[in-house]
Ligand binder design. Structure first.
Ligand SMILES: *Cc1c(COP(=O)(O)O)cnc(C)c1O
Length: 452
């Protein structure tokens, strides 16, 4: 992979960083004033610049600044912005029809996306899917399906888990501020368990997987009752919680426990899926075959689409009309998804994610040696992170993390922070980013760390 001059479409943006004004520039500041007047305060802004065009590894703002994209609009534009196949297929569909409602008169694109999902998701059992508009909606429907199929109510979730912003998915989400604070009461029958977070496991990382799994199984038995548990819901690589990789061995034990007890094991791969971690899905790294899998973000190159895919007998449990929604599986979004999947296959973007890890991880590790504010480097593929701490301790350093993000933004590097303690900087570059931009982004990060 060299400099991406053969970019698979997208606006033919020069793949180079360019700063022509201060960040934010005057036009962005003007628009920000209008935003403040017209848009609800609750809808936040990571970086106060307004986008004009984007493609490959670049987001260009309205002042003409070209920023290096290490965020992909939160793990969405893995194939790049306006990727050729996404534009081609979605435009053709736009010209044919924009909506009939899949529940009124269906169309081929919806079926084709479900066929692809059956092929791409782990396991060779018969699978079916249902399509929705957002990740939260997919998670809600996975829970509906699991409850209906098992005739049980309890749902087990984990510390640091994130599943969305609707009422049920807020309840499933771990972190109060900003996701839940003030928005209760929350849906009942949700039970939260510890997750095998090696860096913060009290007895150290060595026995983390075993101890955490034993605790979860014991707590489910004592507090919930396995026979009352409809579903265990987990992100195989936790996103908003801080890019936490559960200690190896933890997920297989939990999946086995679910299997032994007739509990539906749901993998929420909304952030980790679609080649992001160097596989089609993150749970493949430990050979896990979930009963249900939720997908969204990376699925359709930026168009809103989400899915629940799983064992045919589970997916078929609910009565006719029990699942759906006016816009679920919109034809333009389905065409976009088929374009994104085509791009991922043709460019082998899973391999590109592994290559991004190969380039980034050693550099991040070298930075961790140099700067004791970095407590840990972790993640897989193009889903990588650094956790920032008070040097010499494991005390979270959220202020340093915010300052670091701000310094990077000022130099034209778009980075996102995350984590239960707000002390994780995450890296989610588009999988089609050029190696030169990747290197330059890392240089900016390193400079910013040295001026912290
Ligand atoms: C983003 C996300 C969701 C919610 O998706 P929305 O499309 O924002 O509703 C759910 N689960 C995970 C793991 C996510 O990262």
């Amino acid at each position: 992979m060299t400099m991406m001059t053969d970019l698979p479409g997208g606006p033919s943006l020069p793949q180079e960083r360019r700063l022509v004004t201060a960040i934010p520039g005057p036009k962005s500041q003007e628009l920000m004033a209008r935003k403040r007047a017209a848009v609800a305060e609750g809808v936040g802004t990571v970086m106060p610049v307004f986008a004009r065009r984007a493609g490959g590894g670049i987001v260009e703002d309205v002042d003409g600044n070209a920023l290096i994209d290490f965020g992909s609009g939160i793990a969405v534009t893995s194939v790049g912005n306006s990727a050729e196949a996404v534009v081609r297929r979605a435009s053709a569909q736009l010209a044919q029809f924009t909506h009939t409602c899949a529940m009124v008169t269906p169309y081929e694109g919806y079926v084709e996306v479900c066929e692809e999902l059956a092929r791409l998701t782990p396991g060779d059992h018969p699978k079916k899917s249902a399509l929705f508009n957002s990740g939260a909606e997919a998670v809600e429907n996975a829970v509906k399906i699991a409850r209906y199929a098992t005739k049980r109510q309890a749902v087990v979730v984990f510390d640091h888990g994130y599943h969305g912003r609707t009422n049920l998915t807020m309840a499933l989400t771990s972190k109060s501020m900003p996701y839940k604070h003030g928005f209760g009461p929350f849906a009942p029958e949700i039970y939260r368990m510890p997750v095998a977070y090696p860096f913060r496991w009290l007895t150290g990382p060595e026995n983390c997987a075993e101890e955490a799994a034993a605790q979860v199984i014991d707590q489910i038995g004592k507090q919930v009752g396995a026979q009352n548990t409809a579903a265990i819901l987990i992100e195989p690589l936790l996103g908003e919680g801080g890019f936490i990789e559960p200690a190896r061995g933890f997920l297989p034990r939990i999946a086995q426990f679910a299997k032994d007890n007739g509990i539906v094991f749901i993998a929420d791969e909304i952030q980790s899926g679609f080649c992001r971690t160097g596989q089609w899905f993150a749970c493949e790294d430990e050979g896990i075959v979930p009963d249900l899998i939720t997908t969204a973000k990376g699925i359709a190159g930026g168009l809103p689409l989400a899915a629940v895919t799983g064992r045919a007998e589970l997916m078929d449990a609910a009565h006719m009309g029990g699942l759906g929604g006016t816009y679920g599986g919109n034809p333009v979004a389905c065409a976009g998804a088929l374009g994104a999947i085509e791009t991922m296959r043709e460019m082998d973007l899973a391999a590109r994610a592994r290559r991004i890890e190969e380039i980034m991880k050693p550099r991040l590790r070298a930075m961790a040696e140099r700067f004791p504010v970095i407590g840990e480097v972790r993640g897989r593929g193009a889903m990588l992170a650094i956790e920032l701490v008070e040097p010499g301790t494991k005390e979270p350093a959220p202020q340093a993390t915010a300052a670091l993000a701000k310094a990077c933004h000022g130099q034209g590097l778009l980075v996102l922070t995350t984590g239960t303690y707000g002390n994780v900087m995450r890296f989610l570059p588009p999988l089609v980013i050029g190696e030169d931009l990747l290197g330059e982004g890392l240089d900016i990060l390193e400079d910013a760390l040295s001026t912290l």
